[in-house]
Design a protein around this ligand. Sequence first.
Ligand SMILES: Cc1cc2nc3c(=O)[nH]c(=O)nc-3n(C[C@H](O)[C@H](O)[C@H](O)COP(=O)(O)OP(=O)(O)OC[C@H]3O[C@@H](n4cnc5c(N)ncnc54)[C@H](O)[C@@H]3O)c2cc1C
Length: 379
Amino acid sequence: MVTKTKGIGDLFKEIIDKGLCTVCGACVGDCPYVVFYRGKIRMLDFCNRTEGHCYEYCPRTFTDLDAISNKIHGTSYTGDEIGTVKEVLMARAGDSKTRAKAQYGGTVSALLSLALDNGVIDAAILSKNTDDKLPSGFVARSSAQVLEGAGSNYMAYPALEALNGMPRDSKDRLGIVVTPCQAIALAKMKVSPPSQRVSMENVRLSIGLFCTWALAYDRFFEFIKNNVSPAKIKKFDIPPPPANRFDFYIGKEVESFPLDGIRNYRMSTCAYCLDMTAEFTDISLGSVEGIEGWNTVIVRTQQGMDIVEEAKKKGVLEIKELPAQNLVHLKDAALIKKARAVQAIVERTGDKNDLMYLGISDNLKGKLLSHRVTAQGGH
Ligand SMILES: Cc1cc2nc3c(=O)[nH]c(=O)nc-3n(C[C@H](O)[C@H](O)[C@H](O)COP(=O)(O)OP(=O)(O)OC[C@H]3O[C@@H](n4cnc5c(N)ncnc54)[C@H](O)[C@@H]3O)c2cc1C
């Protein structure tokens, strides 16, 4: 069993009202009672159901990591730093137009375009910026539309709302780009599929983004409005360490702010997340420290292998070996995120036996509790 299922009232009481919501969107999109509005999940009217998918799929209600790992990877959760791995490599889009629009190497956009062209998927659920530069979910059905979504918006948004909003009887084979918390919710949906939503069998390709934390949409938008003109922003970037800054690309200029100040706008719930590399997806990607314009790529499943192999064959991706020291550093950072999360949870609950939502083995808990964490680094 993945969760002890309760209803929306419990979801608000235990998660949303306590600042633990990640706004992944798993609870919105198909329910008339709950909506995402201005950065928060809000109840429009009281639903008195005592059991609901809203509670069940939330990445902050009890989550049995063995169960979701078995479903996605066919093996129990090991707690290895970067999760289940078939191959780690370094890649970038072969096409310079994709690279120019993309955040780093454009590998995400290139893989999605290939999956659409090859008929692996019919549509991809992505995010693009509104005129205010807020992230918003949309369905891309062509390479041109995939490129409309290229680039990173570091504000959390409800990606799964767009999935839940797909027609229930849709036969579209879907791709989706998710952050780690969204990937966990999606995996919970796959373990215990909803009967009243689009079939989980339709989701054929999940691409995960590495994530150390996301920004709270409502508070960070205030920061943007007060400091930079939203309409003029072309791109956001958090260059890899040791840069320690947040960049707004405004026309040809770059306006930078110290990352330490920007961290004040983090979602508080990110402190309790133990997944940096989106472990429950087919392929996950991040930047490559010290090598501009390339992505670190972790291929995790057979579906992931198939599409990456095809991309290599067709020249859709340029591939290189990830330097050994980058992999060591990635694993260190991912382990620190796990340890920090478990230590923060215990600090919050005051009880080593109460890990809030986290279902992990005693062995792993002991290892993470005793791991020495350094000062906050990374994004
Ligand atoms: C909140 C957040 C935190 C991140 N933290 C890290 C980190 O700590 N370390 C690291 O190496 N990389 C991090 N990344 C990932 C990195 O920014 C790039 O997205 C990744 O390297 C892929 O690059 P690309 O050039 O292939 O992407 P592109 O080809 O430009 O595609 C990016 C895709 O991301 C989707 N997207 C954009 N914003 C969001 C969002 N808020 N939520 C979900 N999907 C979105 C777009 O729809 C697009 O399809 C983070 C990304 C996000 C959104």
